[in-house]
Design a protein around this ligand. Structure first.
Ligand code: PLP
Length: 240
């Protein structure tokens, strides 16, 4: 156990312990509020994934201290580095979710860390994941907004990819989607559509809902909300 006496004391400088404690308290308060939203609106058991992209290992530790062990990252390099940094903090091992666009040549780098691959949208990517982490648990990312800029598979093509990925040995557990930014009604419709498809195919997991649209996602039957800003505040602009 580390005690206060183990820490270097630098009189006159910022009291880092106090700063850390108040940040941890803020995170815990926000996590508590989000858990209340989940309790109020969820129509099925729903997990909270804290999105730590562009925040450092202390943010990860704060989420874990607040009881959130599921952490989501968007960038392979950043996840690999942060996984090591979080381990070094000895605050426990989180469950890492990969939630960003993934290039095949980055799969190997993060395969030792990732527990749920949320953004599979092609046979090529799935095959690489199956090679690096046989039997991996994956979600298929669906592009439900139709926006060209959004990654993910068209909903019509999803049933076939489920079959193809299963034939590679992957554990295909459901779908992930990002609702249309700034259009809550459109997002709600998309979330219901994804839920219906998952139900039709006998799959439970629907990773949907972010800070701005989590209530709509919960009402539609999300089993996993991915929340960054509402827990940690605005992200720093500069990518780590
Ligand atoms: C950044 C991100 C989130 C979290 O977004 P917030 O609006 O900060 O809650 C969730 N999902 C994905 C895929 C993201 O890229």
């Amino acid at each position: 156990m580390q005690t206060a006496n183990d820490k270097p004391s630098l009189p006159g400088l910022i009291d880092m312990d106090a700063a850390t404690n108040s940040f941890n308290q803020l995170v815990a308060d926000r996590v508590g509020k989000i858990r209340q939203l989940i309790d109020t609106h969820a129509t099925r058991p729903c997990k909270l994934v804290a999105v730590t992209k562009r925040f450092g290992p202390t943010a990860c530790a704060a989420a874990m201290a607040a009881g959130v062990d599921d952490l989501g990252e968007n960038y392979a390099q950043e996840l690999a580095q942060k996984a090591g940094e979080v381990s070094a903090l000895a605050c426990g091992e989180p469950t890492w979710h990969f939630i960003g666009h993934l290039q095949r040549n980055k799969v190997k780098l993060i395969a030792p860390h990732v527990t749920l691959w949320q953004t599979v949208d092609s046979e090529r990517l799935g095959t690489e994941i199956a090679k690096r982490q046989p039997g991996a648990r994956v979600l298929i990312q669906l592009n439900t907004s139709g926006a060209e800029t959004q990654s993910g598979l068209d909903i019509e093509a999803a049933p076939q990819l489920v079959d193809v990925l299963r034939s590679t040995g992957l554990d295909v557990a459901g779908f992930m989607t990002i609702g249309t930014m700034g259009d809550i009604d459109a997002s709600a419709t998309q979330f219901r559509e994804v839920r219906r498809l998952a139900d039709d195919l006998g799959m439970n997991e629907c990773s949907m809902g972010m800070s701005a649209d989590m209530v709509e996602a919960l009402k539609a039957g999300s089993t996993m909300v991915r929340v960054g800003t509402a827990i940690f505040g605005a992200r720093p602009d500069n990518a780590r």
